[in-house]
Ligand binder design. Structure first.
Ligand code: BEZ
Length: 386
């Protein structure tokens, strides 16, 4: 595996900035990118795709990988149908993607039975690396518990006594809030109330914000991402709620925080990546990403990028076909923009730092200020038997 810098140097020398990775003539490995390209998570799917393509292009290896993309629409039955199509009809060697925990849950048994390696580049579904783990599922993004558990403890230890929680009513929303609440109460906090809002359909958060404020809680803690996050934060701002807003860091992702505007200022959140991390690997990545896309990268672009690095590392270690990729993936380790990464062989989930950050106004617009780092967060095995 070439280092990030070696790959970047090669990409620069060869001028590969705009090379497409779609269907090259002599590809050795067929990749199915299975992501939402429409609906509330469409921007996330596009960002993951950009990150994945960037990793392959920088390495100068576009001719090794042919790519078929499928739109899950973030709907579990659609995701399962698209996974079946990619494996049975397109005969892909490996799938990369899945944004929604619901889609990952729906695909899990088919992935396992078809013995097709899946590199999870977003969906945090705890069960996929817990009691429903599989040797064919390796996650380079995060688990829902991994992001929220540390924040529950952190908030209780930093003076927040009562919290009102809100999240969309689907598996990710429930798992994120359950993980947060369990850690928060274990550290002495109290949950003042909780609501789950219809997923992808809630346009008016007013009644929920009113409930949260009138509960008298010290803070509101939420999980929203994509279009839901933009609507929620804007409405939180326009209702002029005085209760401070905390959340899973997807709430104020650099991918869409500009659309949230000033309402995002002061929101405090936890996440596995922010583009302001002061490491040489991250700075090189941010510069390359800015040069190519003209925007700051987000956690979603990094997840796609790291999925590309993991795939290339697996191919280098074991070979280009389905069986070898599946065998090699759990053992890959590499340095990405988040720093040195490893996959926990007991669960196939990534082990990584979690960052507490504030959204603040910087010289060039909204940016992420690092507040604290919770190092090397690893999930419990939680019933996983490979
Ligand atoms: C999920 O469904 O797991 C998810 C979706 C968007 C952001 C983070 C997690």
């Amino acid at each position: 595996m070439k280092s990030l810098f070696a790959k970047m140097a090669m990409a620069t020398t060869l001028g590969l900035g705009m090379v497409s990775v779609q269907l090259p003539a002599h590809a050795d490995t067929k990749v199915g990118l299975i992501l939402p390209y429409t609906g509330t998570y469409a921007a996330l799917g596009n960002a993951i795709t950009d990150g994945f393509n960037m990793a392959i292009e920088e390495a100068g290896r576009t001719d090794e990988f042919s790519i078929v993309t499928e739109d899950t629409e973030a709907k579990p039955p659609v995701g399962l149908a698209k996974a079946r199509k990619l494996v049975l009809q397109d005969k892909v060697d490996v799938m990369v993607g899945v944004v929604s925990s619901g889609v990952l849950g729906a695909m899990r048994d088919f992935v396992h039975q078809s013995q097709t390696p899946l590199i999870v580049a977003n969906a945090g579904n705890n069960l996929a690396t817990g009691e429903n783990c599989s040797p064919y599922i390796v996650r380079v993004s995060f688990s829902n518990g991994q992001i929220n558990r540390p924040m529950g403890t952190w908030m209780a230890e930093n003076g927040i006594k009562t919290v009102y929680t809100l999240a969309p009513d689907y598996s990710a929303g429930h798992q994120m809030i359950e993980s947060f609440s369990a850690a928060f109460t274990a550290a002495g906090g109290e949950i003042a109330g909780s609501d789950f809002t219809p997923f992808g359909q809630t346009k008016d958060f007013g009644p929920y914000l009113t409930n949260a404020q009138s509960s008298g809680a010290d803070a509101i803690f939420v999980f929203y991402a994509g279009g839901g996050a933009i609507n929620f934060v804007k409405q939180y701002g326009s209702f002029d709620i005085k209760t401070p807003l905390y959340g899973s860091g997807f709430l104020t992702s650099p991918l869409y925080v500009a659309a949230e505007g000033d309402a995002a200022i002061g929101v405090r959140a936890s996440l596995h990546y922010i583009p302001t991390l002061d490491t040489p690997e991250n700075k090189a990545f941010v510069d390359a990403f800015m040069a190519k896309h003209g925007t700051m990268p987000s956690e979603y672009s990094v997840q796609g990028y790291d999925a590309g690095l993991a795939l290339m590392a697996a191919v280098d270690a074991g070979g280009a076909d389905k069986k070898n990729i599946a065998a090699a993936l759990p053992n890959v380790s590499y340095v990405g923009p988040r720093g040195a990464l490893e996959i926990d062989p007991a669960t196939n989930n990534i082990v990584q730092n979690i960052y507490v950050y504030d959204t603040v106004m910087g010289d060039d617009g909204l940016t992420q200020k690092l507040i604290d780092t919770i190092p090397s967060v690893r999930d419990d095995v939680a019933g996983c038997q490979m």
